[in-house]
Design a protein around this ligand. Structure first.
Ligand code: SAH
Length: 474
């Protein structure tokens, strides 16, 4: 390791920045974040440095650097636009045993500035030892997405409770276990969800009971329509920390591959009229697993609250006092619409949109057909394939022109996406001719015309035989 990483407490310490351009300004602002006493020496400075000086936040000395400037500073930054001057500063500072950073030639200095992820009081510093600042920035960006912004609040609340936990658990090993369970489980999740009060209550209860908190919980998580890049950060994080996964047929394989490899997996996929596991059994399973103290990830295709029966599942959890949270996701309608180049609304064609189920109940679909056939309107049918004939007939019977454009989006957003275009009248035949298979979304309305012009997503690895989704075996 070329550089030795440490975190310095520079509060009220004298930090000297020589130079007044953009680089120096950036360093000054960073130093101020940690409450340093900053002095800037430069004949000319950026406007923002002048402003900081007027606000008495820094001391500004408007002249060139002089050899006698290097006195009693805690650390020095050489950031002038003259590399000879920077080298002189470095020499003087090194001779005086002061920490010095040289902006344009890090080798001459004794420290470098890392890329920082700031979640005060948590901070993470990334350095490539000067080898590639761009790589450091990219790594930082990746970490930014993985570490919830509320991580700082989590650290803050944890600090509040340190003494209390120490009092309750005299042994270091007990405390370690307590915190590990809390920080990997419901306590941390409540803080991330902004429910600090409930999080504190949970810790208080756990402490009252003099035991580490080991209750299970359920995350009802939407997995989006198929493309793993459409997962939310929250979904990706919970997928990593779950002990058990209970998932549907509509969760794509690419997404399942991203989940914690060690998590126990329960497949409860459903296909119409052919329930692999009946809904009430799924509800019971979630309760049982959580009662065993497990963190249960209930992963559902699309958004859990859009034709996902998510509501029923958490009702049962609520009745059993099991903590849960719901993570929304890109629903099939938005995913398919975007990837098929069919905007659901458009100033010229459609001012409203309805998401409807085409699922036949006793061979009929109970929908307000009159309302659906209004002008300038888009209809999106979920689960519409088997009912497609009824849908086509009813829409026409209620005044929709048979020429109204319609699209079938099959396995939307995945590498197997196919889009089939027809009209309301031709839909039933289109389903037969195209050999389209579930999951498929039906979009009806003038907006479908835009597909020709706006489609951009044509996956090359088009494998019709293999589905991106798990097929139900029985
Ligand atoms: N909760 C899900 C919908 C579940 S209902 C969501 O918000 O998307 C199941 C129906 O969703 C399927 O019959 C199909 O119409 C649609 N669907 C889900 N994923 C899809 C995909 N990748 N491509 C096309 N349609 C999809």
């Amino acid at each position: 390791m070329k550089h030795f990483p440490i975190f310095l407490d520079i509060k009220d310490r004298h930090c000297l920045v020589i130079g007044g351009g953009p680089v120096a300004t950036r360093k000054v602002k960073n130093l101020l974040k940690s409450n340093a006493k900053v002095t800037v020496i430069s004949p000319e400075v950026e406007t923002s440095l002048n402003q900081l000086s007027e606000e008495n936040k820094i001391t500004l000395i408007n002249r060139k650097y002089q050899a006698t400037d290097i006195v009693r500073a805690f650390l020095v930054v050489a950031a002038t636009n003259d590399s000879q001057v920077n080298a002189d500063i470095a020499k003087a500072a090194n001779d005086a045993n002061l920490l010095v950073n040289v902006a344009d030639n890090p080798e001459l200095g004794s420290y470098i500035f890392p890329s920082v992820i700031d979640r005060a009081p948590v901070s993470i510093a990334v350095s490539t030892g000067g080898a590639s600042p761009v790589l450091a920035r990219l790594l930082r960006a990746r970490l930014e997405t993985m570490i919830p912004t509320s991580c700082g609040r989590l650290a803050g609340i944890t600090e509040e409770y340190r003494q209390k936990v120490k009092d309750a658990f005299p042994k270091q090993s007990q405390r370690k276990e307590f915190w590990e369970t809390a920080l990997k489980g419901a306590f941390a999740e409540l803080v991330y969800a902004g429910q600090d009060k409930a999080a504190r209550k949970l810790l208080d209860e756990a402490l009252d009971n003099h035991r580490s908190h080991a209750n299970g919980e359920v995350y009802l998580v939407g997995a989006g329509p198929g493309d793993p890049d459409l997962l939310t950060f929250k979904a990706a994080r919970l997928m990593q920390q779950a002990d058990v996964m209970v998932y549907d047929r509509l969760v794509s394989k690419a997404i399942l591959d991203m989940a914690n490899k060690d998590a126990e997996r329960f497949y409860v996929g459903k296909e119409k009229e052919n329930h692999a596991v009946p809904q009430d059994k799924i509800n019971d399973l979630l309760v049982d697993l959580a009662k065993q103290g497990k963190r249960v990830l209930r992963l559902k295709g699309g958004d859990p609250f859009i034709f996902g029966r998510g509501g029923e599942e958490i009702e049962k959890l609520a009745e059993n006092n099991i903590p849960f949270q719901v993570v929304p996701a890109v629903t099939a309608a938005s995913g398919c619409s975007a990837y098929a180049g069919i905007p659901l609304t458009h100033r010229d064609y459609s001012q409203s949109v309805t998401f409807a189920t085409g699922h036949l109940k006793d061979g009929t679909i109970n929908l307000n057909w009159k309302q659906l056939t209004q002008k300038n309107h888009t209809i999106v049918f979920y689960m519409g394939l088997t009912g497609i004939k009824v849908i086509s007939e009813q829409l026409q019977a209620h005044g929709m022109s048979g020429d109204m454009p319609a699209a079938l989006v099959e396995q939307g957003t995945t590498m197997n996406q196919r889009v089939h275009i027809g009209t309301v009248a031709t839909l039933p035949q289109l389903v037969i001719d195209s050999g389209v298979r579930a999951p498929t979304l039906t979009i009806i309305g003038e907006v479908v015309k835009l597909h020709d012009k706006l489609h951009w997503y044509e996956p090359e690895r088009h494998v019709k035989e293999q589905s991106e989704f798990t097929r139900h075996k029985t």
